[in-house]
Design a protein around this ligand. Structure first.
Ligand SMILES: [Zn+2]
Length: 287
């Protein structure tokens, strides 16, 4: 038989019901708080991951386009290859808004290298001008690159005392005629058709200019070569719309002096916006 509850018991029962509901709410609230806390921790961990472990961005993809040995009998690299002219950072050579990036209109009587060295002293005897340092001293004495300078007739000091040359849009590698030129990275090679070259206006017919479009969007340009490798030449001949896949390291052409006064390879790198970039400054060389 159920006895009627006393007032005290009623109050106690009500209290138990109240406490139970309060407890269950607290649990819900706690779970919500915990969920939020976990989310915050997760986000913080993600952030920490971003900071501690950045995705590696491999920028370097080019090998030296000149095939040969350095003075120690080791294969040439971007550091040991003979550089006679550098990319001029002082003005129009790397200005994408400039129509005429070199020559008379580009001249500012100054040549600036990627490492900050500046030639703004005495001009070299011959055009296009290189300049000495104001405080007379050779360039690149830190051996970052094998800068040999362009030997100009009538220059008072040694060739490395002149930084060549004003408005230059690439690198000149000074090597004898018929030295092998290799693909610095894999890609599609084309002879430059009239209008292809935005920098110098030089095409295959005038300058033996050709270029390789690489998978990452970069384009490398080559000028003045004596000839292309025979198997590439026979694939392209006079058809500028034809392209030919070349593997990194394959011999693609030979050094010459077509369209210029001295034997050398003129080498340029353009990014995926077709803007000239400095492979030394941007660390695009693998070695
Ligand atoms: Zn050049």
């Amino acid at each position: 038989m159920k006895l009627p509850l006393s007032n005290t018991e009623k109050i106690l029962n009500a209290l138990v019901v109240f406490l139970r509901s309060l407890f269950s709410k607290l649990v819900i609230v706690n779970e919500e708080v915990l969920d939020k806390a976990e989310l915050i921790i997760e986000k913080q961990e993600e952030k920490a991951k971003d900071i501690a472990f950045p995705e590696p961005t491999k920028k370097s993809f080019l090998i030296c386009p000149i095939q040969g040995m350095d003075i120690n009998g080791k294969p040439l690299t971007s550091c040991t290859v003979r550089v006679s002219s550098i990319l001029d950072h002082s003005g129009t050579a790397i200005d994408p808004g400039s129509k005429n990036r070199w020559g008379k209109n580009a001249k500012n009587q100054k040549v600036k290298a990627f490492n900050g060295e500046i030639g703004d002293g005495e001009p070299s005897a011959e055009v296009p001008y290189g300049y000495t340092k104001k405080t007379l001293a050779p360039f690149f004495s830190s051996n970052e690159i094998n800068y040999v300078g362009a030997a100009g007739n009538g220059d008072k000091y040694g060739p490395t005392y002149y930084l060549n040359y004003d408005g230059h849009a690439g690198y000149d590698f000074s090597y004898p005629k018929l030295t092998s030129i290799v693909a610095p990275a894999s890609g599609q090679l084309r002879k430059a058709a009239p209008g292809d070259d935005l920098t110098y206006g030089a095409n295959w017919n005038t300058d033996h200019s050709f270029y390789i479009k690489h998978d990452n969007g970069y384009i490398t340009w080559f000028r003045h070569c004596e000839k292309l490798n025979d198997d590439i030449e026979t694939q392209i001949l006079g058809d500028f719309s034809k392209e030919c896949f070349v593997e990194k390291g394959k011999v693609i052409a030979y050094v010459g002096k077509v369209g210029t006064g001295s034997v050398h390879l003129h080498f340029e790198v353009l990014d995926d916006r077709k803007i000239i970039v400095d492979p030394y400054e941007k660390q695009l060389w693998e070695a």
